[in-house]
Ligand binder design. Structure first.
Ligand code: BGC
Length: 393
């Protein structure tokens, strides 16, 4: 490769620091190796801002050569931006987000955030382990939601970058202290975001504890694949590989039964638009959720990482497929978005302008003896993975 070509190549894949080295034409061999090592996916760190307590927050931009770019900040491990191409090859924003750290700290219904220690609701904020009852803050009357008011979505994570030939990763770490937000045990958590060259974003979760505790981690991005956040997501075509739902009571706590989705608005085994049945006034579960805000029991639970769900926007042609090893997925259609939160470039996020596909264990598992366990004991490794794969059709 001649020098000119190498410099052009470098612009698209290397950080500015490496680019200087490369374009001066120094250390020819090393530069070539670096270009190979970083191959098609780059990761670049920039300063994002300071928290209200004065803590420095960084932003990492992961970018590949197929038009996918993801921005993640160390506050809450939040995905602040995710751009992917439409069928005409145009990369555009497909996640809801704010344009300031201040707004993420002020009022954020978990836009883009990492959720822990326990994603979803725990009934009345109480659970028992080895005969001892633990009490959590009630932040979603009358229940505890998403790890509490100071959950992982508001934690400052430390970050480490890693580059591989066909991917770049950001490994985030947070140590949640014993009894933080009411949960027992010092919990050491790693969440690794990996952008691959084929437009897949992998999210891997690892955790260990020094006392028995409960853990249910997830990612809470709100997608709108049309890239037009003034439009509701009702035209998106959804598929969920699930025969059964986790029905809930009026406070969105599971009744304990798992019900067949056949002949209900919750059957997404065949691709169906969000809007086709969401306003079915006679369906009791839709009434309780004010739309879709439920956990589906994913099929093939013995198969490890497998296809879980997809969303397709016919106008842009964008397709999102979700793969996971988790037993459930919460499909939430932004029913509580109410036109009060600011969009990035003016205007506000209206009702149902984003949807979430949160891979997880079922809600309230610590209080449901028949649900797969969310208990983590010392000596065990909590290890799960979810992938968000983008393409067009
Ligand atoms: C929950 C919703 C909640 C939303 C934002 C979702 O995971 O299921 O009920 O409103 O998060 O807080």
């Amino acid at each position: 490769m001649n020098l000119v070509k190498r410099c052009v190549f470098g612009i698209s894949i290397l950080s500015l620091a490496s680019l200087n080295v490369q374009c001066k034409g120094e250390k020819k061999e090393e530069v070539t190796q670096e270009a190979k090592a970083t191959d098609s996916v780059s990761i670049v760190k920039t300063e994002y801002g300071k928290t209200e307590k004065g803590v420095q927050i960084d932003r990492y931009t992961l970018k590949n050569q197929k038009g996918m770019e993801v921005n993640i900040i160390t506050y809450g491990g939040i995905i602040t931006s995710l751009k992917v191409p439409n069928k005409a090859g145009k990369s555009e924003e497909v996640v809801i987000g704010f344009n300031s750290l201040e707004q993420y700290q002020k009022a954020n219904p978990y836009f883009g955030a990492l959720i822990g220690r326990y994603g979803n609701r725990i009934a009345k904020g109480k659970f028992t382990l080895d005969g001892k009852q633990y009490s959590l803050a009630i932040n979603n009357e009358p229940n505890a939601l998403h790890g509490g008011p100071e959950g992982f979505h508001r934690a400052v994570w430390t970050a480490e970058e890693a580059k591989g030939g066909d991917s770049a990763s950001l490994k985030l770490k947070y140590v949640s202290k014993d009894m933080e937000e009411g949960y027992p045990g010092n919990l050491t958590v790693f969440v690794t975001y990996t952008l691959n060259k084929d437009n897949t974003l992998d999210v891997s979760y690892d955790a260990t504890t020094d006392k028995k505790t409960v853990v249910n981690l997830t990612q809470h991005s709100y997608f709108n694949l049309s890239a037009d956040f003034t439009k509701p997501i009702l035209d998106h075509v959804i598929t969920i590989d699930s025969d059964k739902l986790v029905p809930v009571d009026a406070t969105l706590i599971p009744t304990g039964k798992l019900t067949d989705v056949t002949n209900t608005p919750f059957d997404f085994r065949k691709p169906t638009t969000v809007g086709a049945r969401i306003n079915n006034a006679t369906d009791d579960q839709l009434k309780k959720g004010l739309g879709y805000d439920h956990c589906w029991v994913l099929n093939n639970q013995d198969k490890g990482n497998r296809f879980a769900a997809s969303a397709y926007d016919p106008t842009s042609g964008r397709l999102l497929e979700v793969y996971t090893d988790q037993p459930g997925i919460q499909f939430y259609t932004g029913n509580f978005l109410d036109g009060t939160l600011p969009m990035r470039n003016g205007g506000t996020y209206a009702h149902r302008t984003g949807f979430c596909l949160e891979t997880q264990h079922y809600p309230d598992s610590p209080n449901q003896k028949d649900f797969p366990t969310t208990v983590l004991s010392p000596g065990e490794n909590y290890k799960t993975k979810t992938s968000f794969k983008f393409s067009v059709k």
